[in-house]
Design a protein around this ligand. Sequence first.
Ligand code: GLY
Length: 395
Amino acid sequence: MEEKRTGCSNQEWLDGVYDKLLVKMKAECERIGTMIPYTTGKDGKYHDIEEGPWGIGFWTNGFWPGMLWQMYEATGDEEYRKAAVGVEERLDVLLRSPETVDHDAGFLFLLSSVANYRKTGDKDARRRGLMAASTLSARYNLDGRFIRAWNDEMAKMTEHFGGGDIRGWMIIDCMMNIPLLYWASEETKDPRFRKIAVNHAKTAQQYITRPDGSCNHIVAFDPDSGAYLNNPGGQGYESGSSWSRGQSWAVYGFALSYRHTGDETFLDTAKRCAHYCIANLAVNDWLPLVDFRAPAEPVKYDSTAAMCIACGLLEIAEHVSEHEKRFYIKAAYRILRACDAKFANWDPETDSIMTGGTFFYHDPTGENTEVPIIYADYYLIEAILRLKGKALFEW
Ligand code: GLY
């Protein structure tokens, strides 16, 4: 069937992109090394994060080492390991100034230190991972039973989506950070970290996901009493809409909470969010709009959401029956192949693979709309390597 539609089978497509990935990443690793890339500049090249406005604490700074660890797992090439360790050493400064870290400690340290520890057993990497888990745990709001999003400095930036007092905010994105806490409990046999993660996930289930599988980006609680207040709009079109990257965090994040806890309600939530995403992608040639409930025009895509949804589907596929598995894997292939055809750049002489990434819907400059974004490449690589049976589990 897939062969009829596109001229090659899924296996042939996978083998082809894997070969291109080996060439592209080898060249990128030689060029980029311990630089920390986010997006390409006007010159089409990656620049170090510390040259731009975002700085060393930016939430995406773990994705490059995460990619390098994936490639090290797949190939055993020492150059990937050395570059990943070099980036991890640069991130160490964050643990000595924890006010620069927020709920995204998971993205930063799961994909650098914890990946290193999982692969090599390095003691410093373990120490960094556990320090990051402690920093993340300290953000737990006891009465609201959630991990606080962002720090006060973000209030200014969040004004365009209803900012102001953000002390009582939780966001769907954090479902991808709490695996750091599951890891810390698995590692230390101390249940405290896991309990915080489970409570946070239960609160997200109650207040973020909706019955049809769509979800909010943000929930605002009273920071003192923990009482529910409202749902500010966030990075999607508006409050009540459906930001596709938020949807992707829900699909993959709840599937991961199931993996780490065995709580069937998390798997059910992941599947519900996955089915909603699949339905919305299927009616749009498997291409990801920035928001599934934005007006029909202008059309804005976000490849990052699609890549993360694909990984979430592959994670769900690991926890369901053989018959069900086919559905999730087939949908993942559809998404990956559609985005490969529309957004991928496999030229090894140029930086980044996936174009078409969008940071948030209402981007006033357009500079962060449909551009290469590092985490689209991370999730693309993870998905390809999962399908090849060569991925490192980093969550
Ligand atoms: N976690 C921030 C974002 O998805 O843009």
